[in-house]
Structure formats: C-alpha cells, structure tokens
Design a protein around this ligand. Structure first.
Ligand code: NAP
Length: 206
C-alpha cells in the first residue's frame, strides 16, 4: 500500500516544541507513516531575516527529531537555488517518493495566506493539506472559499491541535536577553544553541 507522508515545512529558526507537538498530533491523528521536516532555504515571505544559518537550522531540526522514529529531516530546500517554493518541493518529493500520498502540514495562519503563495492552485492539486488549527488562530473559511474552488478545497483537511504560546522569535528574544529556553526546545536543540552561541546577538529586528 502507498505510504502517507506528512511534510512539515518551516523556517525553524529555531525549531521548537510547538512544531514537534503539531507534527506528532497530525501524524497520529491522520495516521501518517512518517513526517519529514523541511527547513526552508529562503522563505519567499521572510527574505533575508534569518538569525541562524541554513546549516544551523537544519542541524537543530535534526537534533529535534532524533527521539521520534517517525520523524526525519530533509535538506531538499537547502540544496535548491533560489526561493523555497512549496510547489517545487512537492514536485521534487513526488519524483523521489514514488506513489506516496503527500500531506503538507501547516498552521492556520500559513493556510490563510496560501492564495498568495507561488502557484497555489497547482500546489493544492499536487498534495493534500492538513491545517493544524490552534485556539485563537482559526482558519478563515470565508477567505478560503473565496479563493479556491470546491474541488480544490477537498484537498484541505482541518485538525485541531493544542495551543502553545511559543514562537521562534520569542525563543530568540529570550536567548538574547540571557533567559532560559529549557522545555521550549528539546534538550538537544538547547545544547546545540549553547554550543554554537546562536541568537546571542545580531542585527535582526526581533
Ligand atoms: P514557521 O513560521 O517556521 O512555522 C512552521 C509551521 O509551524 C507553521 O505552519 C506554523 O503555523 C507552525 N507553528 C508555529 N508556531 C507554532 C506553535 N506554537 N504551535 C504549533 N504550530 C506552530 O513557517 P513559515 O515560515 O510560516 O512557513 C511554513 C511553510 O510554508 C514553509 O515550508 C514555507 O516554505 C511554506 N511557504 C511557502 C510559500 C510559497 O511557496 N510561496 C509561501 C509561504 C510559506 P502558523 O502558520 O499557524 O504560524
């Protein structure tokens, strides 16, 4: 039988337990065989505002998934030149994961913005979307209905996940202020950040 594979894309600067809990809830809720975390090389919508290098973001993602046998990390977007368009990532994955059904996992905020992504209609045809909605961050059903046809909307599935008030920017701000991030990121990620001296100071507007 064809595998069902979840794709969790993100900037992951750094990856945190909100990302991991969402991926695990979706994996078990949607009976996925595995979830691949894909750090974005140059997110089309966040051009030039990374605080950690792509290599460090990839390494932190690898640290974060090491305890979950269903999770892996891919550098597919880091190896590709230019912006990380999801439609290209899905097409490339399709070639390599023959026959697998792909489920792109996003939060509601990202999904509400989908119509502005690169070739959103082709993207929706090429995979399923699982929207992990959290309390306080609802899916804008009216906007989705306005932008996509009923056929396209059949590729969008909603799954409620726990709400955790955690963001990568809060983590970066805490580290810069010398505050603890214990439990906000897996221990291995915390150790990696400490070892590499990440996020202590930089020019970025947080
Ligand atoms: P991100 O900020 O790194 O977050 C990754 C995912 O984790 C998002 O879906 C986000 O949901 C979710 N998340 C964040 N904080 C969370 C928390 N506390 N608890 C649970 N989940 C949490 O990702 P991003 O930069 O928005 O990008 C997401 C993906 O969309 C990437 O693969 C990116 O390449 C893709 N994208 C593609 C295009 C394009 O192709 N043109 C444009 C935009 C984005 P929320 O959305 O709810 O924050």
């Amino acid at each position: 039988m064809a595998k069902s594979i979840g794709i969790m894309g993100g900037t992951f600067d750094p990856i945190h337990i909100g990302h991991l809990i969402t991926a695990e809830m979706v994996r078990s809720g949607a009976s996925l065989d595995e979830v691949i975390f894909i750090p974005s090389a140059r997110p089309p919508h966040k051009d030039g505002i990374h605080a950690a290098s792509p290599e460090d973001r990839l390494a932190m993602a690898a640290c974060a998934v090491q305890e979950n046998p269903y999770f892996t990390v891919s550098d597919i977007e880091l190896k590709r030149a230019g912006p990380s368009y999801t439609v290209d990532t899905i097409a490339e994955l399709r070639e390599n994961l023959d026959g697998a059904e792909l489920f792109f996992i996003t939060g509601a905020d990202a999904m509400n913005d989908l119509y502005r992504w690169h070739e959103p209609k082709r993207l929706l045809q090429s995979c399923q979307f699982i929207v992990a909605t959290r309390q306080g961050a609802p899916l804008d059903e009216l906007l989705i209905a306005e932008k996509f046809t009923a056929e396209e909307r059949r590729h969008i599935h909603v799954l409620m996940t726990p709400h955790l008030e955690i963001s990568s920017s809060v983590i970066r701000t805490r580290i810069r202020a010398g505050l603890s991030v214990r439990y906000l990121v897996p221990r291995a990620v915390e150790e990696y950040i400490e070892r590499r001296g990440l996020y202590r100071e930089h020019d970025e507007e947080l």
